[in-house]
Design a protein around this ligand. Structure first.
Ligand SMILES: *Cc1c(COP(=O)(O)O)cnc(C)c1O
Length: 392
């Protein structure tokens, strides 16, 4: 793959594209064909050649390939693969890193379905996992066993927004031959490029910021040429979780505006985080862009910006007060995903048993918001009006 240095704006606008090859069309077409035919039996027997690299849609496809090339370039990875969902990418990549008898060390507050996949599903195949807070490199070092083959990271985590020190963890992992995987959905390659910090492979739920318009479910895995080729031939081809070309087309369209969308998410989210932090009815705001974040300095070191998802706690644990605070919001709709154009709010811990809250270090009154593109002033006025009616 071509690695000439392009900045993110150029990558999303032009990288991997050649209008001359498509009648001058400024937008690449959707190739929606299950198979590609060969000009000769020899070419067929060789499994294609440079002119005919595509065989069958479950394995690869030019429309999907374009999204993969752009995302790999954004992540400064050698290559990438698109999957039918973030979880298809995550489960396939995880499976590629373990065999029966192996052990994983993972961040405790990682994405819920991946927590279950590692702790319950993989247990059926004799794979064990130790969950750690992950704020300290020592968490990973102390949990490492002789049979540890994978460190699973998510930085920041998407409920309480704690970070892991990617460079230090990667350095230790390398010294022990342990593979490192990170879910980078929150920061996106615009604000964090884990491979440049030594992490082996990067995952995305492209249903969030990469797609950016709440109209697709998709996943991406980025890594070395060898790792990607192996996952393409094994987990993706055998489990069959490739993205559909129509979704890949929408993903590439979403990518066109990724840099400017992230800039707008950051601007609005910073203003909202500062507003919430200074509000007398708010106990705490979890947002790595605030100087008050306990890992602010680490964030500055390994990220170049901050996205639009954060959480905060009201100064009440009263269910009614928390629920009605969210119900009163006009522009924050109630929904569990994030990363789209629309603002969202949820109380992810409202029904969580106390012992589980204690275990993950969270509070019942936690409210998670995804800041969309309605404009900071509008959203702050909305939050302010509803906060006004909260009774402490
Ligand atoms: C949504 C999400 C996923 C899963 O992605 P899907 O596309 O819904 O399968 C993974 N990681 C994080 C952090 C997410 O928020």
């Amino acid at each position: 793959m071509n690695h000439e240095p392009m900045n993110p704006s150029l990558i999303v606008t032009h990288y991997g594209e050649n209008p001359e090859e498509q009648f001058g069309a400024v937008v690449p077409p959707i190739y929606q064909n299950s198979l590609n035919v060969y000009p000769t039996v020899d070419c067929y027997l060789n499994g294609g050649d440079e002119q005919h690299p595509y065989v069958y849609m479950r394995v690869s496809n030019p429309t999907i390939r374009l999204a993969e090339q752009k995302i790999a370039a954004l992540e400064k990875a050698e290559d990438a693969l698109c999957f039918a969902s973030g979880m298809a990418a995550i489960s396939s990549a995880t499976l590629a890193c373990v065999k029966s008898g192996d052990h994983i060390v993972a961040v405790r507050n990682c994405y819920g379905p991946q927590y279950s996949f590692m702790s319950s599903y993989l247990a059926r195949f004799g794979v064990t996992v130790t969950f750690v807070a992950g704020d300290q490199v020592e968490d990973f070092i102390e949990a490492t066993q002789d049979n540890t083959t994978l460190f699973y990271l998510e930085s920041p985590t998407s409920i309480n927004f704690r970070l892991q020190d990617l460079a230090s963890i990667a350095e230790f992992a390398k010294s022990r031959g342990i593979f490192t995987l990170i879910d980078n959905s929150w920061a996106t390659p615009i604000y964090q490029q884990p491979i440049t910090l030594g992490i082996d492979a990067v995952l995305h739920s492209a249903s969030k910021y990469l797609g950016g318009h709440s109209d697709i479910v998709a996943g991406v895995l980025c890594g070395s040429k060898d790792f990607i080729a192996r996952v393409q031939g094994q987990e993706r081809a055998m489990l069959g979780g490739i993205l559909h070309p129509q979704q890949a087309f929408l993903l590439t369209r979403g990518l066109r505006t990724l840099p400017i969308r992230m800039k707008n998410h950051q601007e609005s989210a910073m203003a909202i985080a500062r507003f919430l932090e200074s509000h007398p009815k708010v106990k705490a705001v979890n947002y790595p862009g605030l100087e008050s974040h306990p890992q602010y300095e680490l964030g500055r070191k390994q990220m170049s910006g901050y996205s639009g998802l954060m959480s905060f706690e009201l100064k009440t644990e009263d269910r009614e007060q928390i629920a009605s605070f969210i119900d009163r919001l006009q522009w924050f709709q109630i929904g569990c995903s994030w990363g789209g154009h629309e603002s969202l709010a949820t109380p992810p811990m409202l029904n969580t048993p106390q012992e589980h809250l204690d275990e993950i270090g969270s509070s019942r009154g936690l409210i998670r918001i995804s800041v969309g593109h309605e404009g900071a002033e509008t959203l702050i006025a909305d939050l302010d009006a509803s906060l006004d009616q909260v009774r402490l």
